[in-house]
Design a protein around this ligand. Structure first.
Ligand SMILES: NC(=O)c1ccc[n+]([C@@H]2O[C@H](COP(=O)([O-])OP(=O)(O)OC[C@H]3O[C@@H](n4cnc5c(N)ncnc54)[C@H](OP(=O)(O)O)[C@@H]3O)[C@@H](O)[C@H]2O)c1
Length: 259
């Protein structure tokens, strides 16, 4: 399949690397230094106008560059456009281009095939093309179909989510180091604890509160930590963090309402 990527930055590069061995790639980026590593295996361009037609076009520029770039893409009915652009609605893409559109919200662990990708299809998206898109995107991790109105929420929870998790991991590792553990030991303990807890929840399908209760003994160490966490208002801080991110995502897509 011939696949194009406009905007080969963080996300575009990950997509190119995952697909380069199995597909013909056409890569477009303003600054061509970013394309050098692909030049022996892909067609590379600095100008959108110069790119040939493709079967699937990934659109991965920053939100502020989106309209300028959309205006320069050649029209084609046949092509599927997959947009990663935060806040860019399918109706806006449709106002510039023909073709079937998929809007996705990936997150950074797609670089190791362990991401989660929220996705939605434009109206009357053909079933055979859906299967092609699904098999292409499943290279990146788990696909979760969502309604377009929920994109801002998904942006806050899973799109930006890894950045929040990294901050939490850093804080826990630093705490371990303050208690005298080495960085490596502290990191291993934190990562395995987070991974194991998440996998346990996923495998058993229970509410997190059930396990929290299970590991909390009366008068013990865990309840001491939980008391401190509740007193400092961690739940409120985390919920506000997601809500503030959500509001910013709404703002980017030109919505101020909270629907
Ligand atoms: N990073 C994430 O974790 C993440 C997660 C979900 C969604 N997203 C969304 O995905 C999109 C891409 O994010 P990113 O982090 O990959 O951004 P990025 O690293 O800034 O990449 C965007 C690329 O687009 C290129 N570009 C912009 N306008 C262009 C044009 N007219 N012609 C050719 N190339 C052009 C830029 O080139 P120059 O470097 O030459 O300017 C840059 O390399 C964003 O809309 C972002 O919101 C990102």
């Amino acid at each position: 399949m011939k696949i194009g990527i406009i905007g080969v930055g963080n996300i575009g590069t990950i997509i190119a690397e995952a697909l380069i061995d199995d597909h013909q790639l056409v890569l477009v980026n303003r600054r061509t230094e970013k394309l050098k590593r692909f030049q022996s295996k892909a067609q590379i361009f600095s100008k959108i106008e110069e790119m040939p037609d493709v079967d699937i076009l990934f659109f991965c520029v920053k939100p502020q560059d989106a309209t300028g770039a959309l205006k320069r893409i050649k029209r084609s009915n046949e092509r599927v456009i997959i947009s990663t652009v935060t806040g860019l609605k399918m109706s806006t893409i449709k106002s510039y281009l023909e073709g079937d559109i998929v809007r996705i919200m990936p997150n950074i662990p797609i670089s190791i095939g362990k991401g989660v990708v929220g996705l939605t299809y434009s109206e009357e998206f053909p079933e055979d093309k859906k299967q092609t898109v699904k098999s292409l995107l499943s290279n990146f991790g788990v696909l979760v179909e969502i309604e377009e109105k929920h994109f801002a929420a998904v942006t806050a929870l899973s799109g930006s989510g890894p950045a929040f998790i990294f901050v939490i991991i850093e804080a826990l590792v630093d705490a371990g180091m303050k208690l005298g553990l080495s960085y490596d030991t502290s990191m291993e303990l934190v990562i395995e604890t987070i991974k194991g807890s998440a996998e346990l929840l996923q495998k058993e399908g229970k509410h997190p509160g059930e396990y929290r209760h299970l590991v909390t003994s009366p008068g013990g160490t865990t309840i001491e930590g939980i008391y401190s966490l509740e007193r400092e208002g961690l739940r409120g801080i985390l919920m506000k963090m997601i809500f503030d991110t959500y509001k910013k995502a709404l703002e980017l897509q030109g919505d101020s309402s909270e629907s």
